[in-house]
Write a protein that binds this ligand. Structure first.
Ligand code: A3P
Length: 303
């Protein structure tokens, strides 16, 4: 394992260990009205982002937490390296170095950089939208996202646990979670979706036909891959394959990150009232947008 990889895993493992000793009040900070985990960010880092310079060949992935960002991150890295024809060794080094959005290190990385973020457009560096950098935005239906985030919150020691699903559900609906409201985040990205350098893709469409999804992504970024590349990458990034390697790739948090990997696990948690409340809120915020069809809301989210 490379030193960069070891350092990335050690950072998260350290945060998990620190979390065990922290009080809930110490775990979070608020920046412009939105909560963030103290173990992963700071107001200074968020402030410093304003001056971060995008490059025209940056590959940027943006998604609300638990929409499948680790999956798509891995897919993107595989697509990019197949296009660039890196050797196995070169690819390993690149993946490790680019894993975290650490500004000082990101600035020094060679092109093409792959940058992953949970931030909404208004908090990202303005240069992301001014040049030619391309942004892939990942969305997932709110019901499965909520359930996934519930488990994450309760298992990651550096986040305050909720005593019940009902208590958590209210926090999700009110946007009182780290990285803020799912709805605000998704509505804001959707407003940018007609920008020529932005493409949106859903967790649900990747689940239905990953090769087709990867072909759309490759076309958007201008990557050239063979049919054999696509099927090899689909196998390598299947839920099973990624879960099996998760300790190696993500350390102790691997088991938490790769949980179920399916569409529809919300049905085990939502009460009838919660389901109706979510349908109303979704309609109010995103009804009539193309995201309804992208997530197949009417197929996967109706009781
Ligand atoms: P579940 O909790 O519903 O299982 P993120 O990476 O943004 O934190 O998202 C985590 C979610 O993506 C988890 O959802 C996880 O299981 C799912 N996921 C991770 N890798 C996946 C894969 N290869 N295929 C499908 N889903 C995957």
């Amino acid at each position: 394992m490379s030193r960069n990889r070891e350092r990335a895993i050690a950072t998260v493992d350290k945060a998990l260990a620190e979390g065990e000793k922290m009080t809930p009040a110490d775990m979070l900070f608020s920046y412009k009205g939105v909560l963030y985990p103290t173990t992963f960010s700071s107001p200074e880092t968020l402030e410093a982002l304003k001056s971060f310079e995008a490059r025209s060949d940056d590959v940027i992935l943006a998604g609300y937490p638990k929409t499948g960002t680790n999956w798509l991150d891995q897919i993107l890295r595989e697509l990019e390296s197949a296009d660039a024809r890196y050797t196995e060794e070169e690819m390993k080094e690149r993946m490790d170095a680019e894993k975290e959005l650490e500004l000082s290190r990101m600035k020094k990385l060679p092109s093409r950089r792959i940058i992953v973020t949970h931030l909404p457009p208004h908090l990202l560096p303005p240069s992301f939208f001014q040049g030619k950098a391309k942004i892939l935005v990942l969305v997932r239906n709110p019901k499965d996202t909520a359930v996934s985030y519930y488990h994450f919150y309760n298992k990651m020691t550096m986040l305050p646990s909720f005593s019940s699903w009902d208590e958590y559900f209210a926090a999700f609906m009110n946007g009182k979670l780290t990285w803020g409201s799912y709805f605000d985040h998704t509505v804001e990205w959707n407003k940018h979706s007609d920008h020529e350098n932005i493409m949106m893709i859903s967790y649900e469409e990747l689940q239905e036909d990953q090769v087709l999804g990867m072909k759309k992504i490759a076309a958007f970024f201008g990557f050239s891959l063979s049919e054999e590349d696509f099927s090899r990458i689909a196998k390598k990034t299947s839920f099973q394959a990624m879960k099996e390697k998760s300790y190696e790739t993500h350390g102790k948090s691997g088991d938490i990150l790769f949980r179920k990997g399916v569409v529809g696990s919300w049905r085990e948690f939502f009460s009838e009232t919660q389901n109706e409340e979510m349908d109303r809120k979704f309609e109010e915020c995103l009804g009539g947008t193309k995201l309804v069809a992208m997530m197949k809301y009417d197929v996967y989210c109706k009781a």
